[in-house]
Design a protein around this ligand. Structure first.
Ligand SMILES: Nc1ncnc2c1ncn2[C@@H]1O[C@H](COP(=O)(O)OP(=O)(O)OP(=O)(O)O)[C@@H](O)[C@H]1O
Length: 251
């Protein structure tokens, strides 16, 4: 199996407090990996480190075998194939779905270039393919402001996919969604994983149970357990610090 991300002995401190305290894990190509755990476990901080937002004091994060993430500024990580979606959708609400995709498809050249450049035929094809994948092809002309909450989330995922990423990081992608939209999002993640590895931070355990290929349980900055959902949910320590306390209700 091909390793996409190799995290070794990572320590991230804020004013002496270790939010991430010696995390070691690796993520394989094609995984939908979920990071779960109670509030304050360090999940978001870990995601922040993988996308270059925070700088660890110790350890390493290696992408695709030889790229040390710590050597890249946050805005350059998209160029090596890593993209992040935050919990609140950040689509351009005054633009149409298609225009949002146009802005993203040329983003690698920088915002100024993307505003003034023509979209090639190949890029148009790519946009249409991704919009079909996320089931927004019938809404291409619709203003993003008029999309449902779920559709805005899928548009933002589509805006990442069109940039040819190899790893996408999603922060609570189903927060605020109903069950139908949640299931649709899970099915979408499965499809995405066929060409792009996915890391998800999530509290919705029903969603995790159904769609995780592997789960990493974090607690107080370190990894408590890692494996299949079936495996980790039997671990008494995991039950004690998270699942037994309601899991998703810790959000
Ligand atoms: N910029 C910061 N400055 C100081 N402390 C921080 C900072 N960012 C995070 N922390 C602290 O680090 C710890 C881990 O936070 P983090 O947001 O990573 O947890 P989490 O597992 O994502 O929690 P949640 O599920 O609530 O989002 C918390 O105690 C938090 O208060």
């Amino acid at each position: 199996m091909e390793t996409v991300l190799e995290i070794k002995d990572l320590i991230i401190s804020f004013d002496g407090f270790r939010a991430v305290n010696g995390v070691t894990t690796s993520v394989q190509k094609g995984e939908v990996r979920f990071f779960i755990g109670p509030n304050g476990a360090g999940k978001t901080t870990l995601l922040d480190a993988i996308c270059g937002r925070v700088h660890p004091q110790h350890g390493s994060i290696i992408f695709n075998g030889d790229k040390n993430i710590m050597h890249y500024p946050e805005h350059k990580l998209v160029n090596i194939g890593i993209g992040r979606k935050f919990q609140v959708p950040s689509v351009f609400t005054s633009l149409s779905v298609y225009e949002n995709m146009e802005v993203s498809v040329v983003k690698k050249r920088g915002i100024a270039a993307s505003l003034f450049s023509e979209i090639t035929e190949a890029q148009q094809e790519k946009i249409n393919k991704v919009l079909t994948l996320v089931d927004l092809n019938n809404c291409a002309g619709k203003k993003a402001a008029d999309l449902s909450h779920g559709q805005k989330q899928w548009l933002e995922i589509a805006m990442l996919l069109v940039q040819d990423l190899q790893l996408i990081l999603l922060d609570e992608p189903v927060a605020g969604m109903g069950r139908r939209e949640t299931t649709k999002t899970g099915e979408l993640l499965r499809k995405i994983a066929q060409h792009c590895t996915v890391i998800v931070v999530e509290h919705d355990m029903e969603f995790v149970r159904e769609f995780a290929s592997k789960v990493t349980v974090m607690h107080e900055g370190h990894i408590l357990d890692e494996g299949s959902v079936e495996q980790v949910q039997k671990n008494p320590k995991v039950i004690d610090v998270y699942l037994g306390r309601g899991g998703e209700n810790c959000a």
